[in-house]
Design a protein around this ligand. Sequence first.
Ligand code: FAD
Length: 464
Amino acid sequence: MTADISACREALAHLDIDDNPQTVRQKSRDFYWYSPILKEQLDDVTADLVIAPRSVEEVVEILAACWKHDVPVTTRGAGTGNYGQAMPLSGGVVLHMKHMNEILEIGDDYFVAQGGTVIEHIERSLRAVGKEIRLFPSTMSSATIAGFIAGGSSGVGAIRWGGLRNPANIRRLRLVTMEETPQIIDLVGASDISKAAHAYGVNGVIVEVEMPADPATDWVDVIIGVDTFENSCRLALEIGDDDTVCKRMLSNFEAPIPFNYFRRHRPYLEESEAVVAVTVSTETLDRLVEVVEGFDGATLRLRYDQLEEGVKLPAAFELAWNHTTLRALRVDPTITYLQMMIPRPVMFEKLAEVKDRFGDELLLHFEFTRFDGVVSPVGIPIVRHTSNERLEEIIQILELELGLPVFNPHRITLEEGGMKKTNPHQLAFKKQADPKGLLNPGKMIAWKDPDWSPSPGKTYLFAE
Ligand code: FAD
């Protein structure tokens, strides 16, 4: 199968096409450079063309032409993914969703938006009518809603609602398939939605999403200093389990992450302290303050509702999730990161083992989310990077010796990223929706190797 790029370009010449090598290269990149391993692997990746459809009809037309001329297509939202998900490994077309950015409907408890809609725009529009989005990544100011669904997993709101895998959090996806005559299909219900959610766009282009909208709450960010990281975990669990404290985000960071990397917050921080960051409802703020004041070793360091006049700080969520790594990278470009699960029942034991084993080579950062209703930590530690070999060794030790599942952010494939095993439903759906395998090639191992199996001893977050 040889791609005929020029015939494809000619067929689509009336559309918004960019073939300037510099901008095409730029639009062929995401935040893959977070990973020193992916940076080495993917630095030369680039598409041939960027095409930005203005309507579902244009998406259909582009996919039909690419199918006819065997041209690979990689869909792009805002390119904030971290694992090279939006990078066109086989060249071809980057399908840039920037024009498909309309909110189509706001209902009583839901909204419908085009796939390329920036999440902040959705949140603002919902707030204007007394509602709010349920779940968003810390990149909400630039990330698109379909990019979040296809590439992301969790974020702000997960302490209340769980991550994107919670069936209540996505109601419907409309996608366009990659066939001779592309189909427009609606996926409804958990089992169908899981075919395209967190599938890196390998089995369809999501052109429309329907998600829940909740009544708007007034939120305020609070930063708490705590004497030790263990105590910050205890405090976070106490806050997490306390249903009288309504929160949208709950994160904690080992010292000296906050002092060294949250530069604009430094005047409020103590170098030796761990930090708990909470986004709490204004209605239950007093209760949070009560909890903090009753906790030995905790000090309320900053309330955003009491900021001095004229002082503006980034929202607490822009310190958390993968923004922690971004802030650390801005100060120290040599660091890198990992993503791992810390089972709550053995949390303190594992914490001690990690610290014994790695000391300051791994600085801990947890996001607290709900798994099956239980508040549980997800680890996004900062790692001192000395060599790629050492990074691989750290992952091995964590997984095989300490029994901590790592969702490896230094791999480009769905399977090796560790979020799941080969997903037979996503594979079966790809056979139907993309029979030539032209959508985002190289991201699903099972497409070429259906018998691929993970390395022994490796633990996966989801059963499938
Ligand atoms: P892109 O990066 O453009 O695409 C992501 C994947 O989705 C790609 O595989 C792409 O091909 C596919 N895709 C995009 N649009 C479509 C479409 N319309 N149809 C089909 N497939 C499509 N992730 C989280 O889950 N939670 C976080 O809190 C979080 N925080 C982050 C913080 C930072 C600083 C950074 C750099 C990343 C973070 N991420 C987080 C990862 C990323 O930002 C999110 O996954 C984000 O939602 C991706 O949206 P995007 O529009 O940039 O998607």
